[in-house]
Design a protein around this ligand. Sequence first.
Ligand code: EPZ
Length: 430
Amino acid sequence: MNMFRVSRLVSMDKILVHGGRKLNGTVRISGSKNSALPILAAALLTRERCVIRGVPDLSDIHYMLTILSSLGCEVERASGTVIIKADKIRTEAPYELVRKMRASVCVLGPLLGREHEACVSLPGGCVIGDRPIDLHLRGFEALGAAVRVTGGNVKVLAPRLSGAKVNMGGKYGTTVLGTDNIMMAAVLAEGTTIIEDAAEEPEVVDLANFLNALGAKITGAGTCQITVEGVKELSGADYTVIPDRIEAGTMLVAGAITGGRVTVNHVRPDHLESVIEPLRAAGFTIETGERSITVSPNGGLRPLHLDTRPYPGFPTDMQAQMCALLVRAPGESVITDHIFPQRFMHVAELARMGAQIRLEAPTAFITGNGALSGAPVMASDLRASAALLLAGLQADGITEVNRVYHIDRGYEHIDDKLNDVGAHIERVKA
Ligand code: EPZ
């Protein structure tokens, strides 16, 4: 990791977005952050060499690679390719690393699966709401692990792991990383595990495909029931992660919000059906190719009623971006986040730019009005920050987005990519 990238991880840089410019052109989408993170963790399951391609250059990826190194993995990175060899590993992930990223929790499953023990600090909450892992822990217990929460750490221990029936359903639906964790803990267990109410996200399918490339026997990924037949050991693999559907959706909203014509390529259109449909309903033409999607205006912007749902429903990770788009849709739009009811940090900041949004969590009522005006705003979490950048693209004047490190967690060089299609975004050293 060169110093430049590391400096991006912690910088208090800000970005200045000069609004009012139409975007036109093609954006190449990077590999999926939410696919790469659990796949990198899954490399802990085998002593053999894993080559993982299409890994985006993001601070969250850097954190995961640092955690894997601290667990004893040999980690090499050359541009988008990561090589991991987990020959001799430790089973305790350090607090100061884990606390920075909730997704660190997905090292629990592979450590338990391979070493039958693990100790990881409990993930902190974050601005999008409480982030419990009770469903993960319930799943580990079903496989025969003893779970203890002590001193801010979660410790799991299993003299032996036996296949079992595990249900991943909770108050807010299923759990993506919980499904991942149980899948990874089960691949080396004795017997067969049935995961019910499993998450169906494409990133869960990608993890299952990677695990099968290692020699696991997983069927049903992408449906609500996943079957894992335990095997004795795993090999290495050379694997490429899927494209990032949320980055693609974010870039399509960027094109839509400026009234331009933007194509995203190196994508999986089939992963974006629940984003394409609302964009069409909001008044945009969407054309899909085999590996590309193009957005362009199709008459006036129309208000929407949107509900976030587990895949294949409309993704919570696109909720803030759609809020930014709908602030100018005449009439009233209603967006409800059923997955993270508190995930509305972007609302107060959008209001500073002139948006009219009434928040009665988990629902935002958006009264479409004229224009937004540029203002200094504060990024808070990854997708809220992206929404503020999108709002700045359509605002009159300059929008200053502070704490841009939130954006760098999940978007690879987003300012460069947008400037390449006509935006005017400056990254300013704080
Ligand atoms: C994954 O987080 C994604 N992160 C999130 O993307 C995404 O928003 C989320 O799935 C939902 O799609 C990664 O893949 C790294 P959950 P995850 O467990 O797995 C509750 C982004 O912006 N819950 O599916 O941690 C939970 O509180 C990030 O890229 C429990 O109650 O989310 C939430 O309300 C943000 N108990 C709901 O379930 C549990 O044990 C869904 O959470 C686990 C979760």
